[in-house]
Ligand binder design. Sequence first.
Ligand code: PGA
Length: 717
Amino acid sequence: MNDVAALILAGGNGTRLWPLSTTAKPKQFRRLLCDRTMLQLTADRLAGMVPPERTFVSVRREHVSLVHQQLPQVAGENVLAEPQVRDTAGALGYAAFAIQQKFGDCVMVVLASDQHVESITQFQASLQTAIEAARSGTYLVSVGVPPSEPNPQYGYMECGEELPIASHAFDGVRYVEKPSAQIAEQFIKAGNYLWNTNIFVWQTDHLLSALRRYQPVIYRLLKTMHRIRMASHSYEPTELYGKLPKISIDYGVMEQVRPGDDHRHVFVKGDFGWSDVGGYRTLEKTCRGDEHGNRCRGEVSASSTKDCLLFCESPWQLQVEGLSDCNVIVGENGEVFLSSRHSESADLRNLWQSGASRLLGRSGQFQADARLLRVNNLGFFADSGMLCAMDVSNLDVRIRGNSVRVAGSPMLAPPLATGDALTQAGGLANMTVAVAERYERMSEMAAEAFVETVSNAIASKGKAVISASAGGTPELLYGLLRTRYRSAVDWSKLVFFQMDEYFGLHPSDNQSMAAYLLSRVIEPLGITNFVLLPNGRECDADALAEHERRLEDAGGLDLVVHGIGRNGHLGFNEPSSAFDSRTRMVELSQSTRQANRRFFSNGQETPGYGVTLGLGTMFKARKVMLLASGEAKREAIQRCVWGVCSPDVPASMLQRHSDVDILVDQDACGWLLKPQLSVMAEAPQFEAADAILAGSTQGENGPRVQTFVDGNLKRAA
Ligand code: PGA
């Protein structure tokens, strides 16, 4: 068949199979099914049909060497490096030009490299049919398989009449990419739909003319790149390639084709035991279960365990005990991934695309864990569409040498937020959540971070401008500043702005916040530059604006230290305060008055009004620290960190801030981390140091999410 060339698409990043698939080495380069990698298995499927010299691979630039290692029979120039990821419409057009340049117009077979095929004979028979069909007209031929469930993650192809050009080839009525579950259900009932397998066959000329018709911008750019390459073989199309609109061939071309167009769909019905190895649920189907329903791969031993997927990559050994209905996956770097078998991460890719990648992970180093709570080398799964990590309170994980032992019964914790909420949480990657076992340790961590921030500001510009709240939570922080850190800072260089105050309470009133701060912070530390909020009779619009002006004149806040209200307030910014609100008078909510009643024991009413720095004012601070202790704050913290970013929870504003440390004790943290979860990390690469638990990911510009218990609040380098 010397008019046929094949293109293997190997540019995906396999986001749903972390840690078996990582950005550095995505699933197509891994031995997921047997001792051949997915890419090698894909190339094997072409044996006898398309020779290696006519086989091309499209791949991200950073993975070119993996292709050379795994498919040494494929010539160097047939490995087409995508300078950037621009989705399949651009990648296929780019490859079509390259194939034409080398071999002239030919039949182009397109295969994805992340699929499992049970019968190669049947697969090749279907491919042969598709090749014959592609040769016989202006056809875009897709190989489909009968759907086995109404899965909304697939593309569906509606078949019309069987065509005389080849057996099992149908007139293609239409393409519907990822329909709703309801519509998919109707398709299954109708009986004349196939799943799109992303196996395509067409003449290169026909693909290019379809691109010219349905994606003219892509076509023009590709044509220009092609012309330049013809003139100069060393041309690297980085800039033009980056301009290609990002769209898949399914949406960009296949869905656009209408009956009567020059291009026609032909759908070939195949039956070769196809599955797309997309997530754990599909991977599980490629593996037979033992008598307890466990599907194991790698060095795994299981006792009192049933219905689990247990995968362990070399050189690791996995021992599990007392688990049921879980996925436990150990990646080659010793990452342990736990999830409920009932959850599936189908929409991870959507989350990733809509920016949730910034939640965790270095951009370009996505590890499919935008919704993983990561603790040291453990990842706990956040369910599809929901952030609901595993409740690991009964779990014992020990990592010793090359052995990982997992025992206990993790459960899915209650959902906290919807997927939408997560995608809105754009700034979370800049939040550090540090969990201390006790209030005392949390206060020490806060004092260390406070002193570090203030000292850095003083060192760089001669002063530090801060605002810090009164209240029960920072009591011990202030105590530590007065004692342990009394001489660590030149306190005369501090400018202190009051954050909030009860309306009408004078500093001479013991219950006022000014009195609190004067007695615990200002006077004992010798802070001479202290700016009180306008209050009582002086609290008019001019005075409030003047307060803002003074803050600006001081150069803005370097640091704010917050407590958090049970209702999620910051300062006295009660729920529904605008994120851009300024210093103003506010009415206190019932919840705040109730919580603060304890400070007004001698028969005095809790005031009904307050004065506060606005959320917008405090948001401008260069750094934010938020402290929370005790179970009463648990819900507020969860909503602040993981919930919808909305004025209903004023503290959720911090999700958008670029530098936030949230310090909580175990009680305020709740189920997110519990001390019963023991992780013994003895292999040197874990650097367990003094942290009982530690997890950190770092973003491109240094941001990271970090969770740890009783560790030191270390700055990421
Ligand atoms: P608390 O108050 O530290 O006294 O609990 C915090 C707040 O209401 O902001």
